[in-house]
Design a protein around this ligand. Structure first.
Ligand SMILES: O=P(O)(O)O[C@@H]1[C@@H](OP(=O)(O)O)[C@H](OP(=O)(O)O)[C@H](O)[C@H](OP(=O)(O)O)[C@H]1OP(=O)(O)O
Ligand SMILES: Nc1ncnc2c1ncn2[C@@H]1O[C@H](COP(=O)(O)OP(=O)(O)OP(=O)(O)O)[C@@H](O)[C@H]1O
Length: 488
């Protein structure tokens, strides 16, 4: 890609989140990730190119030097900071505007700095070992927080029983962010128990919100949008899972297609280098202590069904370990944040030594890894815990991309390149994206949001005696957890 010969016609809108907009190249397997800012916020437009580039470089450094060592080299692609011609960026912004969802148009793309991150397009797979040329499938999951807080600082008992995602659903519905409640529970996805994972993915398929997307050949084919139709998805998926099977059809076949899809996703999420080789997962993070969420829609039998482990080094295990760096919960972190603030008021020059705003280098990672376990009253302890909390927040908001390419019987693949025990055969890759550093300044906001979510949940579920999500659906779903999709 020659930066001085950029043509907006080579690029198309790919997707966006709250902070960035992504465009993909029509020939090369690359994407550009450009930052966005609130339309009314003129401050960004006035930052110098150097400041904007520093900001982008900070994101790349955080990915490369902090998240990559923690999550694993094979999962994290840090990309590179690039400086694009301003004319190209302005034309691109005009070109993509009509494709953008209305709900995201409260922010505008940065057309002033020309700075962006260039990354591999993770919806594609590069494998020279396969002879099949059907387009790749890519499943994107934003799993969110997979454990209940275990900190002694937690003041509301409900936080130890109901997970943040499930409580947050009530608040989101009340605020109009979503119209329908998601029945997905992250604790089920992270459980390592295949039945629970199955139900979790099924709920993501039923109500994807911003937690689930499917791409075919790099094009979004299923998401929260109205055109995310399950029937259409099944038609698109059938050739992958039942390429020549005319025997099953109708409702049964739809169920079978989704069943296969979920099995393959589960296989990719649980696979680690070792399990690929031996077919047997090496034991890793046990689910003990992570228990289950009382709002989840699971049958008691399924929960009683023993403790399960996430295989060591599988993508979910890596993400969960990083999330669990939040050992104090926001309730324990907020007082430490205030300790840091007070210290910085007295000694403002210490801000750079303590690496409050980076640089995100090996030293920063050391501070995250070697933070004292007991509070000795020091500023080092407070900063170390705040750094750990910010890393955990990033891991709680990242996404996983599973990219699959069908392969033929005759294709020769290393065991770790193939979804274990899957028929039909798929080669695959798993990546983690959206690993930006969460701003230090956001901590007071996190503290307020936490109280709002918990208080709203308690008010809506307990005071009004509304049945929790679980009892609303028990019975309808749980008799047969091998698959009870509603007819489509
Ligand atoms: O606070 P949460 O859990 O709602 O997470 C926010 C996400 O909302 P979600 O609940 O996943 O729909 C939110 O996602 P959406 O904009 O809702 O798609 C962002 O990812 C936000 O991160 P940032 O401020 O852009 O860096 C996320 O904020 P952080 O808390 O990660 O900073
Ligand atoms: N390297 C990549 N390859 C393919 N698609 C990508 C890549 N990076 C991002 N995307 C797509 O673009 C979307 C938006 O990117 P991203 O999640 O990084 O945005 P964000 O604004 O940081 O999100 P958030 O709302 O979580 O803050 C992703 O959900 C994903 O579908």
């Amino acid at each position: 890609m020659e930066l001085d010969k950029m043509d907006e016609n080579d690029w198309k809108y790919h997707g966006e989140g709250n902070k960035s907009l992504v465009v993909s190249h029509s020939q090369h397997s690359r994407v550009l990730r450009l930052l966005k800012y609130p339309a009314e916020n003129a401050e960004y437009a006035h930052q110098t190119t150097e400041q904007a580039f520093r900001h982008i470089q900070n994101i790349v450094d955080f990915n490369k030097n902090v998240m990559r060592p923690l999550l694993g080299e094979k999962y994290v692609h840090h990309g590179e900071a690039v400086k694009l011609p301003l004319d190209f960026v302005r034309q691109l912004s005009l070109k993509v505007q009509q494709e953008r969802p209305e709900s995201r148009c409260d922010k505008v793309m940065d057309t002033f700095s020309g700075c962006a991150v260039c990354l591999p397009n993770l919806t594609h797979i590069s494998s020279c070992h396969i002879t099949e040329h059907r387009p790749s499938l890519c499943i994107e999951i934003k799993p969110k927080c997979g454990f209940l807080p275990f900190s002694r600082h937690v003041s509301k008992e409900v936080k130890r029983k109901v997970c943040r995602f499930c409580m947050h659903q009530h608040f989101k519905l009340a605020n109009g962010k979503w119209k329908r409640m998601s029945r997905y529970c992250p604790l089920d996805l992270f459980s390592g128990n295949k039945q629970r994972m199955y139900i979790a993915i099924k709920h993501l398929l039923e109500e994807p919100q911003n937690n689930f997307r499917i791409f075919k050949n790099g094009q979004l084919i299923y998401s929260c949008k109205d055109d995310g139709d399950l029937n259409e998805l099944i038609q698109q998926l059938k050739p992958y899972f039942f390429p020549s099977n005319g025997l099953i059809n109708g409702h049964q076949s739809s169920k079978a297609v989704l069943n296969e899809l979920i099995q393959v996703i589960t296989g990719a999420l649980l696979s680690s280098w070792d399990s690929g080789r031996t077919g047997e997962p090496r034991k890793g993070l046990p689910s003990e202590g992570r228990a289950h969420c009382e709002a989840s829609l699971l049958h008691r039998d399924m929960l009683r069904n023993g403790n399960h482990c996430l295989p060591k080094d599988c993508v979910l295990s890596k993400i969960l370990q990083a999330q669990m760096l939040d050992s104090l919960d926001i309730e324990g972190i907020y007082p430490l944040y205030k300790r840091v603030e007070q210290y910085l008021e007295e000694f403002p020059k210490e801000r750079s030594r303590l690496q409050i705003d980076g640089p995100y280098n090996e030293n920063f990672l050391e501070k995250v890894k070697n933070c004292p376990t007991e509070d000795d009253g020091s500023i080092e302890y407070a900063v170390g815990k705040v750094h750990q909390y910010r890393v955990a927040m990033t891991a709680k908001d990242c996404s996983v991309m599973i990219t699959l390419a069908p392969c033929r019987e005759e294709d020769r693949l290393e065991p770790d390149m193939e979804i274990p025990l899957s028929k039909p055969r798929f080669t695959y890759s798993v990546s983690i994206l959206d690993l930006d550093p969460k701003p230090y300044e956001n901590i007071p906001h996190q503290s307020k949001l936490d109280s709002k979510i918990v208080n709203y949940y308690l008010r809506s579920v307990q005071s009004k005696h509304e049945p929790p999500k679980a009892s609303l659906y028990l019975g309808r779903d749980c008799e047969d957890c091998t698959l009870v999709f509603h007819s489509v």
